[in-house]
Design a protein around this ligand. Structure first.
Ligand SMILES: NC(=O)c1ccc[n+]([C@@H]2O[C@H](COP(=O)([O-])OP(=O)(O)OC[C@H]3O[C@@H](n4cnc5c(N)ncnc54)[C@H](OP(=O)(O)O)[C@@H]3O)[C@@H](O)[C@H]2O)c1
Length: 243
């Protein structure tokens, strides 16, 4: 049984799909005895079902991270539910229908909205929820779920224009915030390549099962909470990934 004094309060974005990572992180934190604010942008029957099982420890929060107004309203709602926050997991992501296309066929007008969700969105969330995170009694941690696709050094694709730029921008946002928190022992931030997960029909060959993998990540995040000297962009084994 989880000790009461070890429980934490976690905010996770993009949690509405039962087959995806966000929802399974919510499950793992709840099973561990933690309190969870689960961000969604549209109703999720799976999450509503989970909320009935965990009426006191799960709060479903409607929050479109592309909208500052929506994120700020979500912050007000969250503040009525909790006095502090210990962990923010920026998991939500957007892609355009042109993700697999190379330049001649890619509609570039679809790229900026993707970056707005996946790179600016996490900063919107962090900016709004920072007052709650600063009240953490165990040290506030932010995890930005990035991807190997955001690595400029290891980039090999000639497609993924939207997704690659979105994750590279998220990595830059992470390092910039890491610098911002440099002298604050109570705050830390990392970005993560979570590995290839079986989160939808399109990647049914992927080796990692989201529910199993969510527990690996939950344990990893606790190892990183106070690690300000180690790598900032890491894989799910905790090793450095090239920027
Ligand atoms: N799957 C993999 O193998 C893999 C590999 C490397 C990195 N990653 C990263 O891991 C994370 C989770 O991946 P996944 O495959 O589980 O993701 P996913 O199934 O695509 O889920 C993404 C979530 O983000 C939400 N979202 C999209 N736009 C939003 C917005 N404006 N506001 C709030 N939420 C929004 C979606 O909501 P709706 O349900 O309403 O659309 C969805 O629930 C992502 O950051 C992804 O880039 C995944």
């Amino acid at each position: 049984m989880q000790r009461k004094d070890m429980t934490q309060t976690v905010l996770i974005t993009g949690t509405g799909r039962p087959e995806a990572l966000g929802f399974n992180l919510v499950r793992r934190y709840l099973e561990h005895g933690d309190r969870v604010l689960a961000g969604i942008r549209r109703p999720s029957p799976a999450l509503e079902e989970l909320a009935q099982k965990y009426p006191d420890s799960l709060h479903v929060l409607t929050m479109d991270i592309s909208s500052t107004e929506s994120v700020n309203a979500a912050y007000e709602e969250a503040s009525a539910w909790t006095d502090s926050l210990d962990l923010i997991i920026n998991n939500a992501v957007a892609t355009s229908p042109d993700i697999m296309k190379e330049l001649p066929d890619c509609d570039l007008d679809k790229v900026a909205p993707v970056i707005d969700v996946g790179a600016v969105g996490p900063l919107r969330v962090l900016k709004a929820f920072l007052p709650l995170l600063r009240k953490s009694g165990i040290g506030g941690l932010v995890v930005n779920v990035s991807s190997e696709a955001g690595s400029i050094g290891k980039c090999y694709r000639s497609y993924y224009i939207d997704y690659g730029m979105e994750k590279a921008a998220l990595n830059m946002a992470t390092m910039t915030m890491h610098n911002y928190f440099k002298d604050d022992p109570g705050m830390n931030i990392i970005c993560l390549h979570p590995g290839w997960m079986r989160t939808n029909e399109g990647n049914s060959r992927a080796p990692l099962i989201p529910y199993e993998h969510a527990e690996t990540l939950r344990v990893l995040f606790e190892r990183k909470r106070h690690d300000k000297e180690g790598p900032v962009f890491i894989t799910y084994t905790g090793e450095a990934y090239p920027w």
